[in-house]
Design a protein around this ligand. Structure first.
Ligand code: KG4
Ligand code: ZN
Length: 372
């Protein structure tokens, strides 16, 4: 089947089209189009993501991305006559006037593409941003009569490295800008949250510490880059909750420790910044690894999936790869870079893997705090 994925939960607009076969037990995915429009330039002057700017950018991006995705997938066929669809969708896109305008100029001139399912992120994320994708999916459903499945963004991250058969139980270490969680999956769609961050997410901590060191938004990648030149062990930073008897995390204390350190040191030279960056990064990695190891020992998962934007961090990846050697019965899966940060391919994949046998009329409402 052909699945259109739509992702608008934060600051990346994602549109993907995938071909999925093999069933949920042995899925095979072929990516026909994988498009991400980054909003980094728009949010950069503000030092972080501004929800209403994100909403505006998603509105601008969706139709051009869909057009390109249909072209790349060879699913774009125009229809000279043009259908009348205004009345059907004016209400649906009433709160997205810029998107409505582009929608009306483009969609009525298309033949219904051979798409079997639309998968769209429902949450968690920024609600104004989520609504754009959801209303877009609803409008497409109204015109094309294609079913829509709402997807949990974190389930998208979890399934992102799946290429073929994976063995259950799966332990998921999901580390992004908004979340840090350990999840146990008995099957696709059957999740138990083992633990999560009590305050800041790991990616958020990366972003905040990057700002403290004077790096531009988005801080995570810049901080990781700075860390590559640093020497670990030059500064003393805490490993919060590393020994707590649960699977929760806490990163705000680590960030505060960096605040005090920076205050104490005064003006920082480049080498000090590099050494703080590497020690901070190591502290995050130490905590993530300690909790993951403990979960492996308790639940003996057949697969460990580590995913989310922070898995773009090569030191974290290397640390996980070394750690997993001690557990030969657990296979480690990590998505490639383009699937670890936010994208719509993972949302389309989740649409295939988690699709209920009989899809109920989906309740397509944004849920900013949706959990697995
Ligand atoms: O999953 P994601 O793209 O968006 C959310 O759903 O939050 O994750 C983005 C997070 C940001 O906090 C970003 O700074 C972080 O991932 N990140 C990194 C790296 N690349 C992105 N953190 C550490 N090292 C990196 N190389
Ligand atoms: Zn994400």
């Amino acid at each position: 089947m052909i699945i259109l994925g739509i992702e608008t939960s934060c600051d990346e607009t994602g549109v993907s089209i995938i071909k999925a076969a093999g069933g949920r037990a042995r899925p095979q995915f072929t990516v026909l189009a994988h498009l991400v429009a980054s909003q980094v330039k728009v949010h950069e002057p503000w030092g972080g993501v501004v929800p209403n700017l994100a909403k505006r950018e998603h509105q601008k991006n969706l139709i051009p991305l869909l057009k390109q995705a249909l072209e790349e997938s060879k699913l774009l066929e125009t229809e000279p006559a043009g259908k009348k669809v205004e009345n059907k969708i004016k209400k649906t896109l009433a709160r997205e006037p810029e998107l409505l305008e582009q929608f009306l100029a483009f969609i009525p001139h298309l033949k219904k593409p051979k798409i079997n399912l639309i998968a769209v992120t429902q949450g968690p994320g920024l609600e104004p941003a989520l609504w754009v994708g959801l209303n877009f999916a609803k409008a497409l459903r109204a015109v094309w009569q294609i079913p829509v499945t709402p997807i949990n963004h974190m389930e998208g991250h979890l399934v992102s490295p799946v290429e073929a058969k994976v063995k259950f139980p799966i332990l998921g270490l999901l580390v992004s800008g908004g979340h840090t969680e350990l999840v146990l999956a008995k099957a696709w769609g059957q999740y138990k949250l083992l633990g999560q961050t009590r305050d800041d997410a790991a990616g958020e901590a990366f972003d905040k510490v990057a700002r403290l060191l004077g790096l531009p938004y988005p801080g995570g990648p810049a901080l990781a880059q700075l860390a590559t030149a640093g020497t670990p062990g030059q500064f003393d930073l805490p490993r919060p909750m590393i020994n707590s008897p649960d699977y929760d995390f806490s990163f705000s204390g680590l960030k505060t420790a960096v605040v005090y350190l920076v205050k104490k040191l005064g003006t920082l030279d480049e080498q000090q910044k590099q050494n703080i960056a590497v020690e901070f990064e190591q502290a995050v990695i130490d905590v993530l690894l300690a909790k993951t190891k403990r979960a492996i020992e308790e639940y003996a998962p057949a697969t460990l999936i580590a995913a989310g934007g922070v898995l773009a961090n090569t030191h974290l990846v290397a640390a996980l790869q070394t750690m997993i050697k001690k557990y030969p019965t657990t296979q480690l899966l990590i998505p490639p870079h383009h699937l670890s940060t936010d994208n719509a391919t993972m949302i389309a994949m989740a649409g295939y893997l988690s699709a209920k046998k009989k899809s109920r009329p989906a309740t397509l409402t944004a849920q900013g705090r949706l959990t697995l």
